[in-house]
Design a protein around this ligand. Structure first.
Ligand SMILES: CC(C)(COP(=O)(O)OP(=O)(O)OC[C@H]1O[C@@H](n2cnc3c(N)ncnc32)[C@H](O[C@H]2O[C@H](COP(=O)(O)OP(=O)(O)OP(=O)(O)O)[C@@H](O)[C@H]2O)[C@@H]1O)[C@@H](O)C(=O)NCCC(=O)NCCS
Ligand code: ADE
Length: 285
């Protein structure tokens, strides 16, 4: 039993880290850091994002470990929040104060917890439902600090990262995951399937990162351009979008986080079926 708990916790953490790295390496992404450029960011690099992802493995492992075979409860919510905040601290330490993965720690942290509650056996629907339940529980120790997301959610009446989780990640279940699966079923490469999934998120998400930088006009521009890409589907068009987003200082950082969360959910599904040797080999990287 303890062995299973340790194995799953380590596996979930490695899957989480890998999902973060796959997200940042996916290229070309509009306005975001990728293998070609740093998009609309002056303080982020591919190396910094990778270092940040690697430093977070331990956070995800701890979250999985304390959640294993549990049910959502106020005490679990508060324990996870404390580990998540330590993770944010670690992220800021290794990045020299740059916010690389705050939204991802939140979203993937909750999903790691849910997956671990089900010992890796739950479906995507069960995982997002439990993660949502956990996110709706109060956290008495949440500091009342002002955040970019907090400012724009109040100003424009959008749900932001907190709302997305509390509603059970509707943009993952209704946009990115179906798009990822449909694109694979249509025979597209894995890279193109992931780009489609990202653009499906950008086309629909009220991303507080975009709102904070450019207000509703920037958000509406990003959504329209992403929807256009999904109808025309040409990779070249993504390079044009990358230039446009970067020039306008648009960064769909929330969509990037949710893409990583989508990849996590997609991969963790195979835990129950994959043979152990292959799994341990694959998740070592
Ligand atoms: C619930 C929290 C995530 C806190 O949320 P809040 O909205 O108050 O805080 P923010 O600091 O603004 O972080 C939210 C980040 O979430 C991403 N995001 C945005 N919109 C959405 C959305 N609709 N759905 C899901 N996720 C979304 C986004 O992350 C990306 O942007 C980050 C860069 O943002 P920022 O620092 O603002 O950067 P710049 O634009 O460059 O700003 P300046 O330089 O101009 O200042 C980057 O991380 C991207 O990945 C949002 O930024 C959560 O933190 C919380 O409450 N935690 C407590 C601990 C806890 O309970 N944990 C439990 C689970 S572990
Ligand atoms: N690839 C990326 N570029 C910029 N911000 C991000 N936040 C999460 N992933 C990101």
């Amino acid at each position: 039993m303890n062995n299973d708990k340790q194995t799953f916790s380590l596996t979930a953490a490695k899957v989480a880290k890998r999902s973060l790295i796959e997200e940042v390496e996916l290229t070309p992404k509009p306005g975001l850091v990728d293998r070609s450029n740093t998009g609309a960011h002056q303080d982020l690099t591919l190396q910094l994002m990778t270092t940040s992802a690697e430093a977070l493995t331990d956070t995800f492992e701890k979250i999985a470990f304390i959640s294993y075979d549990c049910s959502p409860s106020s005490s679990l919510r508060e324990e996870i929040a404390a580990i998540g905040r330590d993770g944010e601290k670690r992220m800021f330490e290794v990045t020299g104060g740059v916010n690389t993965h705050k939204g991802a720690i939140w979203a993937i942290g909750l999903l790691v917890s849910a997956a671990s509650m089900g010992k890796g056996m739950y479906t995507v629907e069960e995982n997002v439902t439990l993660a949502g339940e956990l996110a709706r529980l109060p956290d008495r120790y949440c500091p009342a600090t002002k955040t970019n997301g907090g400012n724009v959610t109040a100003k424009y009446g959008v749900g932001g990262a907190r709302g997305e989780a509390q509603q059970g990640f509707p943009h993952i279940t209704q946009c990115s995951l179906p798009m990822l699966k449909r694109s694979r079923a249509d025979g597209l490469t894995e890279e193109k399937a992931r780009l489609n999934a990202l653009l499906a998120l950008i086309a629909h998400l009220d991303d507080t990162c975009i709102l904070h930088r450019g207000g509703p006009e920037a958000l509406s521009f990003a959504k329209k351009q992403a929807a256009l890409f999904l109808t025309n589907g040409k990779i070249d068009y993504l390079n044009t979008l990358d230039e446009d987003f970067t020039r306008r200082n648009i960064s769909p950082g929330g969509s990037a986080d949710l893409l990583a969360a989508t990849l996590f959910l997609d991969k963790i599904q195979t835990y129950k079926t994959e043979d152990k040797v292959r799994r341990e080999y694959e998740y070592t990287i």
